[in-house]
Design a binder for this molecule. Structure first.
Ligand SMILES: C[S@@+](CC[C@H](N)C(=O)[O-])C[C@H]1O[C@@H](n2cnc3c(N)ncnc32)[C@H](O)[C@@H]1O
Length: 230
C-alpha cells in the first residue's frame, strides 16, 4: 500500500522538481532526504523515480547531470542493515539506464528534531510517516478507556490531547526543515488524514479500533487466567 501511496505523489513530485530547476537553475549536485524511509525497498523506488525525472529534465544536457546525495532517515531502531542490503540490488528498481552518480547514506534520528546542518538540503520527501506522533499525548490516564488511539468511546479531552500533540510535533517538524532546507529548496509530504471533520466517527480509524478491541480481549484473558492460577 505504501508503494501505491508513493506513486500517487509522482505528479506533484515531478512538477516540484521541474519548478525548482526552472527557478534556481540546474545544479551540479543535489542533497535529497527521505524522512521515515523504513527498511524496505520503497526508498529505492523513490530514488529511481527521482533519477528518471532528473534525466528527463536534463535530456538536452546529459553530460552535465548533477551528482545526487541521498540521505535516508528513520528512527535509530530502524533496520538500516536491511536497507543497505537492498541498496546493492538498487539497479533492479530502476527501469531506465542510470547516468547519474548517486551516493546513499543512512541518517538515524527523529524527524521532529534537526537531522542535518542548516541550509544544506535541496529536496525533502516523506511518505506515510509524518502522521506518527513523537509520543502518546501526556495526561491521557484512564480517560481513554480501552482505546489505543482516538476511538468512538473516547471523550473530547482525548481528541484535544491528540490534536495538541500533532500541532506541537508538526510545528517542530516544519521549523527543523525550515532551518535545513536551502533557499529555493522544496519539500513533498504524503501522510494520512481524514476527509471528514468528526474524529469520533466509527469510519475514522477502523483498523485501530479493531486492534484496540483485540488487545483488550487478550488483556482480559490474561487477567482471567492469572486469577485462576492464583
Ligand atoms: C509506514 S513506514 C513508511 C515507510 C516508507 N516511507 C514508505 O512509504 O514505505 C513509517 C516509518 O516512519 C518512521 N518514523 C516514525 N516516526 C519517526 C520519527 N519521529 N523520525 C523518523 N522516522 C520516523 C517509522 O520508524 C517507519 O519506518
Amino acid at each position: 500500500m505504501q508503494k501505491v501511496v508513493i506513486s500517487k505523489t509522482w505528479p506533484v513530485l515531478d512538477e516540484t522538481l521541474k519548478s525548482m530547476f526552472t527557478e534556481n537553475g540546474f545544479p551540479k549536485s543535489m542533497k535529497i532526504a527521505d524522512l521515515g524511509c523504513s527498511s524496505g525497498p520503497n526508498s529505492f523506488f523513490l530514488i529511481s523515480h527521482i533519477m528518471d525525472t532528473i534525466q528527463d529534465l536534463w535530456k538536452h544536457n546529459l553530460n552535465n547531470l548533477p551528482q545526487l546525495e541521498v540521505l535516508l532517515n528513520d528512527l535509530p531502531s530502524n533496520d538500516f542493515n536491511n536497507l543497505f542490503k537492498l541498496e546493492s540490488n538498487f539497479s533492479q528498481y530502476n527501469g531506465k539506464e542510470k547516468k547519474l552518480d548517486c551516493f546513499i547514506y543512512g541518517v538515524p534520528g527523529s524527524f521532529y528534531d534537526m537531522l542535518f546542518p542548516s541550509n544544506t538540503l535541496n529536496f525533502v520527501f516523506s511518505s506515510y510517516s509524518v502522521h506518527w506522533l513523537s509520543q502518546i499525548p501526556e495526561g491521557l490516564g484512564k480517560n481513554n478507556k480501552e482505546n489505543i488511539y482516538i476511538g468512538i468511546t473516547s471523550p473530547p479531552k482525548v481528541f484535544e490531547a491528540y490534536a495538541n500533540q500533532f500541532q506541537r510535533d508538526f510545528s517542530r517538524f516544519l521549523s527543523s526543515r525550515a532551518e535545513e532546507i536551502t533557499f529555493g529548496g522544496r519539500m513533498v509530504l504524503a501522510f494520512l488524514g481524514r476527509s471528514f471533520a468528526d474524529p469520533s466517527s466509527k469510519d475514522a480509524y477502523p483498523l485501530l479500533t479493531v486492534l484496540g478491541e483485540a488487545l483488550s480481549d487478550m488483556v482480559a484473558q490474561v487477567i482471567c487466567f492469572g486469577t485462576l492460577a492464583i
